[in-house]
Design a protein around this ligand. Structure first.
Ligand code: FES
Ligand code: FES
Length: 215
């Protein structure tokens, strides 16, 4: 719904002071314009609000060192404590198969296995994973031999754009290992956290059924 315009008389603008020391409408507007210009310039140039402020914030951000095993390989990294597992995988380890969709736990595109359990990597802080074993889409195939569910996705033509597919496959692997594949309805229920905007759900369920050995 469009926002009602605020009547001019309702806008709180400081009154002109009687004599010279306080802020005037002109100085308020001038200050606001200067700050606004700095924000726009910082955004366009990627330099932060004020010169040096972004650098100072990044330098003072607490970081931690952790060792995590991803697809069988041990990695020791130092990361900003706010780093998500998704960003650790994509930005630090160059494992870009895991996709960033919503970055808010709503789409499932970032699904990985942590110690064998399905997890949204975008909602998982990397620093909590000391000693954990993570499996991503890159870790499912055995050399040139695809994981049975990867093959089933090809056989069933279970994707269109493919953006959700890594998350769907990893989630499907978890779903099969959890034993939630006794019926198409059960598969749909336990895969419901993985959204496919291309609407490939029927074929995705068939692929999970196929890999679970139900065909
Ligand atoms: Fe993690 Fe959407 S990117 S749930
Ligand atoms: Fe396009 Fe699922 S194949 S979003």
């Amino acid at each position: 719904m469009p926002t009602e315009p605020v009547p001019q008389e309702d806008v709180a603008i400081p009154a002109e002071p009687e004599s010279g020391t306080g802020p005037t409408r002109r100085t308020v507007i001038a200050t606001g314009t200067a700050v606004g210009t700095a924000v726009v310039a910082g955004t366009v140039l990627g330099t932060g609000l004020l010169p040096g402020s972004g650098t100072a914030a990044a330098a003072s951000a607490p970081s931690s060192r952790l060792t995590v095993t991803v697809n069988g390989a041990r990695h020791t990294v130092t990361v900003d404590n706010r780093t998500s597992l998704l960003d650790l995988l994509r930005e630090h380890l160059d494992l870009t198969g895991t996709k960033k969709g919503c970055d808010a736990g709503a789409c499932g595109a970032c699904t990985v296995l942590v110690d064998g359990r399905r997890q949204n990597a975008c909602l998982t802080l990397a620093v909590r994973l000391e000693g954990a074993e993570v499996t991503t889409i890159e870790g499912l195939a055995d050399g040139d031999r695809l994981h049975p569910l990867q093959q089933a996705f090809i056989d069933e033509d279970a994707f269109q754009c493919g953006y959700c597919t890594p998350g769907q496959i990893v989630s499907g692997v978890g779903c099969i290992e959890e034993g939630h594949t006794h019926s198409p309805e059960e598969i749909r229920e336990w895969m419901s956290g993985n959204i496919c905007r291309c609407g490939c759900y029927v074929k995705i369920v068939r692929a999970v059924e196929q890999a679970a050995g139900r065909k």
